[in-house]
Ligand binder design. Structure first.
Ligand SMILES: C[S@@+](CC[C@H](N)C(=O)[O-])C[C@H]1O[C@@H](n2cnc3c(N)ncnc32)[C@H](O)[C@@H]1O
Length: 871
């Protein structure tokens, strides 16, 4: 990853809401007007469910609840390549920890940040002092500046600790093909990209020096050290997908594609195949399904949980979560690994989804839950649940009063419903409960799904938010699925209705105030658990050949457009979306009473479509513009020439030239006309230099984003910086002068530039030991003008570098070009004023002359005078 601004100005970080796209219910966006500290952290229904739902002992519940109602510590992660991340972490430890340790705030010693146990290399830190205190109070000003500057430069990610866990369990290796199905705003995608990237830069430099890379981490380094892996980050929500692009763009990762699809019907991705050969479709080594959820585990930072929690939030999302997970398992390679995660504590959104998906895939011989007890051993967690109660509410129409009901099984639920229909036909339930919400009932020990292998992280275990993680491995192709869809449920309901008469009137006993425990039959042992197992229907693995069939997307209104990065982009109509011929036929509705959707209707649920279209046109390997640029920089023939792309319909090298990995190219080229919605791919490698600067062979600028990918292969236009002092001068002066007589003030850089032709070049800075050395390798672009030089790093990034390398908190960056332009503007202003004075004088003269005329002739109205009308 680039330093010194090459990650742009991304300000990522998760919002205090979790996936409230159009499909999501629950807490929703934080819309409160009153301050967080004034929000009452109480909610009777919420508390009753977690207290009575049988999740933990009363004593532990008390501890958990106390933490859940307290503020969340402030956490962050050092990001980027490992060597860069470790270098910035060292600066932080050396400079800021001692300063914070010495602070007093409101009479108490400040507890400094600490590395979070369980995460490798001390790259994750948290701090008890609240974010707001750090932001607003003077003693923390220096530390706050560091956090802001490094977050902007992309060296720090302000991410919640628990949210960092799922990618760690995916066990991603460089070279793997990974899908993040619900990725926005992208903090986990960033982690995954880092993992796929590995120590790529180090390896590429070794390859360029013809050294054989010394690696045995199982990655594929056949592409001259470059990672052959790929991350596809997807989100259905148009605006959030825009946030995702913004977040991942600063990673400068050419092995990344962002798509915008409903993950539950994510299209199969076609791979190129020879004429007449059977079509091949991409299967993933790793998949993350960090699904939309009720988010009740984020209560420490999300007031909506306290204000709005209802059991409907989780119940309403169960089916969408199940469909997303099922689709993920379909697209996973045999032997591949999938992590399912939520920030909810509700088993209906967690263990129930995992169990229902495994059942839908054909059981534990097809998909197993991986025992991860030996992975991240310092991370405190508790086993997943095998038993839980499902919570629902009911009310009479028009009444505000709600009654809570706890059900232990689908049978009891159906029986209780029948009883209420007979006794209180007016009472209405949320009708979001489906059979898959309940604990699975295996017919034998061998078939039992070991849900205890799932992981629950609770707030009190290590002072974090709550999270749920399940690691799944696909053992075999999914050929037969057990489906519980609305048709089957209706059949089941019909069958169980016949049992109504057998339900004793006393079936439902009062448990907590308004909460009813609807599980008495089972508890008394007099219930005959009905056959919960649904009717079976065959579901073949998608017939990939049929995947190219098109389904016309519904016409939807125009959506806001992602900030365009290319001016010459055109808009075009959406291409119909390609989906698998056979989609997971899990109940697409969330209610037991809703009529079944036709298969066609289930497929016709595309996400909101935008009217704008990105173009991704690859340039031919012998493109003359690219050839000139590569020649100008002396780029080795070993650097691939066929991966350059432009983003205009005509495929012209107008403004920007992008670079992508080989696999990204294959996928984009093969699928862009199949209806896939690609919304981002590629790092900007070259930008057209439009200022007249003489006759330059390659009037293109190197870009921070792509410079480190290209630099190891360059043999020309390289300037080496060896002194910190020189770099300092280059940073505080935007355009240091380079007079013809060689009397510059920029040390070794100026010496090397003296005889260099006008145009772009690399500044190479190698790391060196000691306080006076450079903490990490840097490569920066520089433009040599006829009379000056310009390191092409923007002001914010210059400031970040000055702070990081020189501890300079308020640098004044000189820009004589801007000053000259301002002076010219001032001079022009003076000129304009003079012109305007002259005009006034002329006008006065005209008026005087007009008045003089009056003396001789008829009276005429003049400017500033008024007419006298004769009576
Ligand atoms: C919990 S958030 C994901 C957070 C993200 N993984 C991260 O770490 O930054 C859930 C995301 O799912 C998205 N989403 C909701 N329904 C979806 C669907 N049907 N397909 C794909 N994404 C969906 C939401 O827009 C939201 O961004």
């Amino acid at each position: 990853m680039g330093r010194g601004g090459n990650r742009g100005g991304g300000r990522g970080g998760r919002k205090a809401f979790r996936g409230k796209g159009k499909n999501n219910r629950g807490g929703g966006r934080d819309t409160r007007t009153e301050p967080w500290s004034d929000i009452k952290r109480e909610n009777e229904l919420f508390e009753s469910y977690y207290r009575k739902g049988g999740f933990m002992e009363e004593e532990e519940f008390g501890e958990m609840w106390k933490y859940l109602a307290s503020d969340l510590p402030n956490s962050f992660r050092f990001t980027g390549t490992k060597s860069d991340a470790l270098a910035v972490r060292e600066i932080f430890k050396r400079r800021y920890i001692p300063a914070i340790e010495a602070l007093d705030f409101e009479g108490t010693r400040v507890e400094p940040p600490k590395p979070v146990e369980g995460f490798p290399d001390e790259l994750v830190w948290d701090m008890k002092t609240h974010k707001k205190v750090i932001r607003r109070h003077k003693p923390f000003a220096e530390f706050q500046k560091f956090l802001v500057a490094e977050t902007t430069s992309g060296n720090i990610s302000r991410q919640e600790v628990v949210s960092m866990i799922p990618p760690h369990f995916l066990d991603v290796k460089p070279g793997m093909v990974v899908l993040d199905m619900c990725a926005a705003p992208g903090s986990k995608s960033a982690q995954l990209a880092e993992m796929i990237h590995g120590d790529e830069e180090e390896r590429v430099m070794q390859a360029a020096r013809n050294e054989s890379p010394n690696i045995d981490d199982g990655g594929d380094y056949s592409d001259d050290g470059r990672s052959t892996g790929l991350l596809i980050a997807n989100d259905t929500d148009y605006k959030r997908a825009g946030m995702l692009v913004h977040q991942v763009k600063r990673l400068n990762f050419p092995n990344l594609i962002v798509t915008q699809h409903d993950a539950s019907i994510f299209p199969s991705i076609e791979l190129p195949s020879a004429e007449g050969e059977k079509k091949q479709y991409l299967k993933f080594d790793r998949i993350l399904t960090d699904v939309p959820c009720s988010g009740d585990g984020t209560a420490r930072k999300n007031p909506n949980v306290w204000q709005k929690w209802t059991p409907k939030d989780g119940l309403g999302l169960h089916n969408l979560q199940l469909r997303i997970l099922f689709r993920g398992l379909q697209m996973l390679k045999k032997g591949g690994r999938l992590v399912y995660s939520t920030c909810s504590m509700n088993p209906v959104e967690n263990e129930a989804v995992v169990a229902a998906a495994i059942e839908a895939c054909g059981g534990i011989s097809k998909v197993r839950i991986v025992d991860c007890s030996d992975h991240l051993p310092k991370l405190k967690r508790v086993p997943g649940l095998n038993r839980w109660k499902v919570f629902d509410t009911s009310a009479f129409p028009g009444s505000q009063e709600k009654m809570g009901h706890l059900f232990t099984s689908w049978d009891n639920f159906v029986k209780a419903q029948a009883k209420y229909r007979a006794e209180e036909p007016e009472r209405q339930f949320s009708s979001k409960v489906s059979p898959g919400c309940f604990p699975p009932t295996a017919s034998s020990d061998e078939e039992r799904i070991p849900l205890e292998r799932c992981m629950r992280v609770y707030p009190h275990l290590q002072d974090t938010g709550a999270f749920f993680i399940a690691v799944l491995e696909k053992l075999d192709d999914i050929k037969v699925a057990q489906i519980r869809n609305a048709d089957n449920e209706a059949e089941l309901r019909k069958a169980t209705n016949e049992l109504e008469a057998t339900v004793p009137a006393s079936a439902a006993t009062s448990a907590v105030e308004k909460i009813k425990e609807e599980a008495v039959e089972e508890a008394n042992g007099d219930a005959t658990p009905g056959d919960r197992s649904p009717l079976k229907r065959k579901l073949e693995e998608p017939d990939e050949d049929a995947a190219s069939k098109r389904v016309k997307a519904e016409e939807l209104p125009a959506q806001p457009v992602v900030k365009p990065e290319e001016q010459d982009k055109e808009t075009g109509a959406d291409v119909p979306m390609a989906v698998d011929d056979v989609q997971p036929e899990i109940n697409g509705t969330t209610t037991v009473s809703t009529p079944a959707l036709s298969n066609q209707a289930k497929r016709l649920k595309p996400e909101a479509q935008s009217q704008s279209k990105e173009f991704f046109e690859y340039l031919p390997a012998d493109d003359p513009t690219v050839a000139d640029i590569l020649d100008f920089f002396g780029i080795s023939e070993r650097f691939p020439r066929d991966r350059f792309m432009v983003k205009n319909k005509e495929g012209l090298t107008l403004n920007k030239i992008y670079y992508t990995s080989a696999l990204a190219k294959k996928i984009i080229s093969q699928n862009k006309n199949r209806g896939m919605k690609f919304i981002h791919c590629g790092v900007v490698m070259f930008v057209a230099h439009k200022i007249k600067d003489g006759n330059i062979k390659a009037p293109w600028r190197l870009q921070n984003e792509g410079i480190r990918i290209l630099e190891p292969w360059a043999s020309k236009r390289i300037v080496t910086c060896t002194s910190k002092q020189t770099l300092y001068k280059m940073l505080i002066e935007m355009f240091p002068k380079l007079p013809k007589d060689g009397s510059h003030e920029i040390g070794e850089i100026g010496d090397q530039l003296t005889d260099m032709e006008v145009g772009c070049s690399f500044i190479r800075i190698e790391p060196s030991e000691g306080e006076d050395g450079f903490p990490f390798r840097m490569v920066l672009p520089l433009w040599r003008h006829p009379g000056s030089a310009n390191m092409m790093v923007d002001k914010d990034d210059r400031k970040a570098m000055l702070l990081r390398l020189f501890n300079e908190t308020n640098p004044i960056i000189k820009n004589h070009v801007l000053e000259k332009a301002r002076a010219a503007e001032e001079a022009r202003k003076d000129e304009l004023e003079a012109e305007s004075r002259e005009l006034d004088e002329e006008l006065e003269q005209v008026v005087d002359e007009a008045q003089a005329e009056e003396v001789d002739g008829e009276e005429k109205p003049v400017l500033g005078d008024y007419m006298e009308v004769e009576a």
